[in-house]
Design a protein around this ligand. Structure first.
Ligand SMILES: Cc1cc2nc3c(=O)[nH]c(=O)nc-3n(C[C@H](O)[C@H](O)[C@H](O)COP(=O)(O)OP(=O)(O)OC[C@H]3O[C@@H](n4cnc5c(N)ncnc54)[C@H](O)[C@@H]3O)c2cc1C
Ligand code: SF4
Length: 507
């Protein structure tokens, strides 16, 4: 007779998590479910499917090695009913445990489904985050505007990261003047390749399964080399610390053709699957000899942004998902799934996504996300596309980043202004425009950059909302220099672009 049946969700692969507190191998057991519903509710990138399922299978091997009694619903098991709720009920009937123990999921929809099961379920708070949901709620009560910078400084103080007493190390909270540079056209530092992990037999079996069950899924698998175990993840962390952290800060916003990873850590997926803990990532960075500017840039992402979006999600859901402050209604263009576009920056970022289920932050924000925002694509559709295509996407992190940060659909909760710029920004931060058929400086004409056309159209369309926003003052001053004839021509071209680019959709 099982006492506690510990349900381990696919993104909770941590044997030290609160779900295992008091685990007694003599009486308790674990359950993992490969749910078809999760794999199908949005079409999923093959690499993402393989990553989740094979990380789960490796985790089961780890639990078995500890002598735990483990139960597992494989995707292709004929008895597998396909959803977490149905499978949890089936296993509950079969094993008759006293209770199911589960960590609070990272997805509101799943949390609601498990809570509605009417089974004895003990849902435990997840200790993975440095700022708990309760602590974030207290912060939000104190600071209703929920500004990242205030939260980040508080996290620096509570963790002591890069602090000398009460003061920030180096006398500043950020080093943006040293960071966020374009990559030099000549003489830039060598960009090291990230560590690759050859698939073992467990991983190869999942790859075959995914190819068989999801032949039409987007993405590719022939280059699969991701970390899938805790040991792999620790090696990936050490690799980043030794080879890329040094240059992380200066080039975190830079884009270079053929260099999808630049100096980024690639740690989001192992972190989000809980193969790594943010504390150990923070400690590894702090114990490196990277320059302060790079360190600060990285620490800001780990203890600032990552914790902040998690806190916001749980503070604002479920209504948050419905927000569409700019009333954007167009569908997601088909080329986001295929990469078939002559806009070089988009083709490159989408190729990274198809090849690696990954694009770095600025590609997600200022290329992929920004273009959808300028077009006026429905924000939730952008989030669904992101959930489908990225290996690190889980609702708690993808939704605030897509719907909030990149689409400004939350009306200014995450960012007080929308992230919009003309093609000139991409031209400055990348080497794409030199190889593109469009001219980033032009807003009208056959060779005008679609970003630039749509940027001015966006400013015109949303003038009543943003013209008085202090942070957009300069953008509107520049826009005011255009005469009415020019604005009319730009807006006509924008309408044509919107119609052409959204004529073909995927879903
Ligand atoms: C439109 C959009 C969608 C995004 N969706 C996701 C997502 O689904 N999953 C996800 O983990 N990140 C998401 N991000 C945040 C960020 O882009 C990724 O975390 C990062 O690109 C992952 O690559 P990396 O591990 O190499 O990160 P690095 O650039 O090396 O950054 C270090 C770490 O900081 C954390 N981090 C940095 N920025 C953020 C952020 N804005 N929110 C949360 N964590 C952050 C991540 O854990 C990341 O691994 C999104 C950003 C945008 C603009
Ligand atoms: S010209 Fe415009 S479309 Fe072409 S790469 Fe530059 S920003 Fe992208």
């Amino acid at each position: 007779m099982v006492r506690n049946l510990v349900l381990v969700l696919g993104d909770q692969l941590d044997a030290e998590s609160a779900a295992f507190d008091g685990f007694d191998a003599a009486h308790d057991a674990t359950l993992q479910i490969e749910a078809r519903e999760e794999a199908r509710y949005v079409p999923q990138h093959k690499m993402r499917l393989v990553l989740f399922f094979c990380a789960m299978r490796h985790f089961r091997e780890l639990l078995r090695a500890k002598g735990f009694s483990t139960h597992y619903s494989r995707l292709d098991d004929p008895e597998n009913l396909g959803t977490f709720a149905d499978e949890a009920r089936r296993w509950f009937g079969k094993l008759k445990p006293e209770r199911i123990v589960v960590l609070a999921p990272g997805d509101f929809r799943l949390q609601a489904a498990l809570s509605a099961l009417q089974l004895p379920i003990e849902m435990r708070a997840d200790r993975h985050f440095l700022c708990s949901r309760v602590d974030f709620a207290a912060f939000a009560d104190e600071h209703p505007n929920m500004v990242l910078e205030t939260f980040y400084r508080r996290m620096r103080s509570t963790t002591g990261a890069l602090m000398d007493g009460d003061a920030p190390r180096g006398g500043a909270w950020n080093f943006d003047k040293d960071n966020r540079k374009p990559f030099p056209r000549t003489g830039g530092p060598h960009i090291p390749k990230p560590l690759a992990f050859s698939p073992d037999e467990t991983t190869r079996a999942v790859m075959r399964l995914v190819e068989k069950q999801f032949p039409d899924a987007p993405g590719r698998l022939d280059n699969f080399n991701l970390p899938v175990t805790r040991e792999n993840a620790l090696e990936a962390l050490a690799d980043f610390r030794s080879h890329r952290l040094q240059n992380f800060g200066p080039y975190q916003d830079a884009m270079v053709g053929g260099a999808p990873f630049m100096f980024h850590s690639l740690l989001s997926a192992p972190l989000n699957l809980h193969l790594l803990n943010p504390r150990e990532v923070l400690d590894a960075a702090l114990n490196s000899d990277a320059p302060l500017a790079s360190l600060e840039g990285f620490v800001r992402q780990i203890i600032g942004w990552r914790e902040f979006v998690n806190g916001l999600y749980w503070r604002l859901m479920p209504d948050y998902a419905e927000r569409n402050a700019l009333d954007a209604q167009l569908p997601m263009p088909r080329f986001y799934w295929t990469g078939e576009t002559d806009m070089r920056c988009l083709a490159e970022a989408i190729a990274h996504t198809i090849d690696h289920a990954y694009a770095h932050h600025i590609e997600r924000l200022m290329v992929l996300g920004q273009f959808a925002l300028l077009l006026g694509v429905k924000p939730y559709d952008v989030h669904r596309w992101h959930l489908s295509m990225f290996r690190d996407a889980i609702d708690w992190v993808s939704l605030p980043n897509t719907l909030g940060m990149s689409q400004h659909a939350d009306g200014g909760v995450i960012g007080t202004k929308p992230y919009v710029a003309s093609g000139n920004y991409i031209s400055r931060m990348s080497d794409h425009c030199r190889k593109c058929r469009y001219d980033p400086h032009k807003a009208d004409g056959d060779d005008a950059c679609p970003f630039t056309t749509l940027y001015y159209d966006f400013l015109a369309r949303h003038q009543p909302r943003f013209a008085r926003n202090g942070r957009m003052k300069q953008q509107y001053l520049n826009f005011a220099r255009k005469d009415s004839g020019e604005v009319l021509a730009i807006r006509r071209r924008a309408e044509r672009l919107k119609a052409e680019l959204t004529a073909q959709t995927f879903l």
